[in-house]
Design a protein around this ligand. Sequence first.
Ligand code: GUN
Ligand code: FE
Length: 435
Amino acid sequence: TQPVAYRAAIFYSLGDPAKVGLENSFAWHEDGVLVVADGHIQDVGPAPEVLNRLPAGTQVVELENRLITPGFIDTHIHFPQTEMIASYGDQLLDWLNNYTFPEERKFADPAHAARVAKLFLDELLRNGTTTAMVYGTVHPQAVDAFFTESERRNTRMIAGKVMMDRHAPEFLLDTPESSYADSKALIERWHNKGRQLYAVTPRFAPTSSPEQLDAAGRLLREHKDLYLQTHLSENRKEIAWVKELFPERSGYLDVYDHHGLLSERSIFAHSVHLEDGECERLHATGSGVSFCATSNLFLGSGLLDLARLERFDVNVSLGTDVGGGTSFSLLQTMNEAYKVLQLQQQKLHPLKAFYLATLGGAESLRLDDKLGNLLPGKEADFLVLDLNATALMHARTQNAQTLYEKLFVLMMLGDDRAIESTFVYGKCQHGKNGV
Ligand code: GUN
Ligand code: FE
């Protein structure tokens, strides 16, 4: 197909500011051009240079006063919890029993699952999230509904069926054998089908028997490049419960480690209250931590110490954790992450925040050859942002001269209103500027 060029300000990450230094961590073209063809980035750079080498007759879409960034990557979210976001009053274990499990029961019905999958993907794209690592429920038909809807939009999504064989209501339980067989069938149907990828998904240690965790490990060994997602050390009561349930293991992470669940494609959501040895194991195995700031505050779980994870060189990315989290917006998630770190006398530089929401997510998911920034050859998932989207942002943007200031305004005041359009594999899937 014909290439299309988009002219706007362009920003993307090139590396972790903590590793390469702020100055080397990004690309910024105040007047830039991004060229897209066949779902991929073909060229990017300053407008005079790129326009000069553009094939004659290429369509140029002028996006005045707009900023192009890569699509956001959310490494932890639950699609079945969309309609229970903002459930009042409880912390993790009561919240699961009182709100979450009754809500997830509804996903036995494929029509319900299909309706919520649509709503969920609409909401992700409205918020500029183009890739997410997504929990289903225990029902394989709900995961089919999710992948069907994602495939229709051609979004690159990673998802899986919850494995849960104890300590939850009867109506939500599977068994080690059925969870293995159902997961395996889903892997065969969806893993690497187009842009879809599969994650083995034991809910968390308390709701899986050792036999089921073994089955999860077996699935990972039997298939190439599968993902694993689960929850880790989110809440103090949860951690105490895991120690009671698995007295033979040295700690929470060791429960997963013992069953072979740590890998370069494993993401552990929350990981707020880790021991030093656990940080070392996460680093040694190349596992990732999903920092779920809005959820950790909303459920009163705790404050993630990002500087400590940096010292242990653990991969970190951002997760919204909807419905424990309170927003689909990674801009709002950056906002709350900033405040979580302020409470610990740490700073979240806007370049680090945008890195975590884009390239950091891609690196944690081992998709940085395909996603995370706008270098030529990558898949064309990108956003058109409007820094003047609200009256307040407009007023504040007048006083934001440097790139750092503009990004900071965006992460503190921005939300879905700042996302003018969302492009997926080169095609506009939300908002204006479709061509
Ligand atoms: N731990 C086990 N299940 C869940 C869940 O659904 N949400 C969160 N935030 N933590 C969990
Ligand atoms: Fe979660």
